[in-house]
Design a protein around this ligand. Sequence first.
Ligand code: SAM
Length: 219
Amino acid sequence: MPRKSKMLAEEFFNDAINTYVEHATSDESALLKNLRIETRTQTNMINMLSGPVEGRLLQLLVSLSKAKNCLEVGTFTGYSALNIAASLPAEGKLYTLEFNPEYAKIAQKFFNLSPDGHKIELLLGKAEDSIRNLDVQFDFAFIDADKQNYPLYYDLILPKLRSGGLIIVDNALWGGEVVAPVEKQAHAIHALNQKAKNDPHVETVMLTVRDGIFIIRKK
Ligand SMILES: C[S@@+](CC[C@H](N)C(=O)[O-])C[C@H]1O[C@@H](n2cnc3c(N)ncnc32)[C@H](O)[C@@H]1O
């Protein structure tokens, strides 16, 4: 969700380091670059977009885990969805969930322009309802929507995840606020971080990439 006044955890690093990290990471496609430009001009929420480094990490994780059926909670304008889809095989499928029709319209436009777009199905509506209605066993899930519902999304997704499957959680550090949570979003993210860490059915690792990326693998 939008966080105009807060820092991303990556802002703890200086610009030179962030630029160095981006330059060391494989370049994004021209389409993804255009999507970032359009997101900047059409919305005032560019901070919600995951970006080239996280995008590449998602591509790598999808590829390494040989995922076929994927779920994304929080499409926004489709940047992370296109990164996930880029690593899916031809028969792979990504269900991506969004409740804002304006963001969904931009996302669908870019899906239609992408050679990977046919692998993506955008479901418009409340994410909680869409997850409940999907009768699919997932190999990979990316959680990046309303933070208060992070623990709920984990509870809904884990039973639908195959053994060996991954859940990737964005904004796991919430600008560093999870260390001493005050606001409800920070409390909810911290609750999920603790829930997964203490869940004997999964193994976890948290990365200080961007705003914190939590990788959860179902045993
Ligand atoms: C941080 S953005 C997602 C960014 C995207 N994953 C990317 O990397 O470009 C979160 C998105 O979740 C959507 N969202 C928030 N709460 C939602 C809900 N309950 N159901 C569906 N979508 C929701 C917002 O409208 C927003 O577009």
